[in-house]
Design a protein around this ligand. Structure first.
Ligand SMILES: CC(C)(COP(=O)(O)OP(=O)(O)OC[C@H]1O[C@@H](n2cnc3c(N)ncnc32)[C@H](O)[C@@H]1OP(=O)(O)O)[C@@H](O)C(=O)NCCC(=O)NCCS
Length: 164
């Protein structure tokens, strides 16, 4: 049987809206990726309220997902995750670029996200896309030894009137 990285070269990759039927696969990736994962109910709520929820698929397999809210001129990237077997092949970058594109298309002026300062892979990805740190939320995240801070990152978005 082919492994995930082998499949990356041979199976068409697609980013499409998340559906209810994807939630079980998404939750499995979430649980394997985070020490304090979102519950199934949170993903279902995000779909129900109409957040921008996308999955990256390899063939029929869900390989990753992104969730974003938009409103009042601001996009908030709430979750971005690639299954471990599919990481480091550019999927995270493509999913993030698509979310940013959707936020610009919805005329949002800026995008925000929170990230653990210890998450160097994600921070490198966000900085490479032009995000800049604009703040720190003290004790924002649950952590094994208590709480962990969150770095707040911002990206000015390109709208019809230019970058904010
Ligand atoms: C962060 C995450 C989404 C990146 O997805 P990915 O598909 O592996 O990333 P890509 O292959 O698209 O890499 C894009 C860039 O991210 C950075 N990056 C990704 N993995 C990295 C790693 N292990 N170490 C350092 N930088 C890394 C690099 O800047 C990379 O660009 P480069 O290849 O030109 O160096 C993925 O590691 C993940 O799902 N992690 C667990 C969930 C998580 O922490 N999400 C973010 C919550 S804020």
């Amino acid at each position: 049987m082919a492994t995930a990285p082998e499949l990356l070269g041979s199976v068409p990759e697609l980013i499409r809206p998340m559906r209810d039927a994807d939630v079980a696969d998404v939750v499995a990736i979430e649980r394997a990726s985070y020490q304090f994962p979102w519950s199934e109910g949170i993903f279902r709520d995000c779909l129900r309220v109409g957040y921008t929820c996308r999955v990256a698929t390899m063939g029929k397999q869900v390989a990753g997902y992104g969730v974003m809210s938009v409103g009042a001129g601001e996009a908030h990237i709430l979750n971005l995750c690639i299954a471990e077997a599919y990481r480091c092949h550019g999927l995270g970058r493509r999913l993030l670029a698509l979310l940013i594109e959707r936020a610009s298309a919805a005329s949002m002026k800026e995008a925000f996200l929170e990230v653990r300062p210890s998450n160097t892979a994600a921070i490198r990805l966000y900085l490479a896309h032009g995000f800049e740190q604009v703040g720190m939320r003290r004790g924002y995240y649950q952590a094994a030894g208590g709480r962990e801070d969150a770095a707040v990152l911002r990206l000015g978005l390109r709208t019809a009137r230019g970058r904010s």
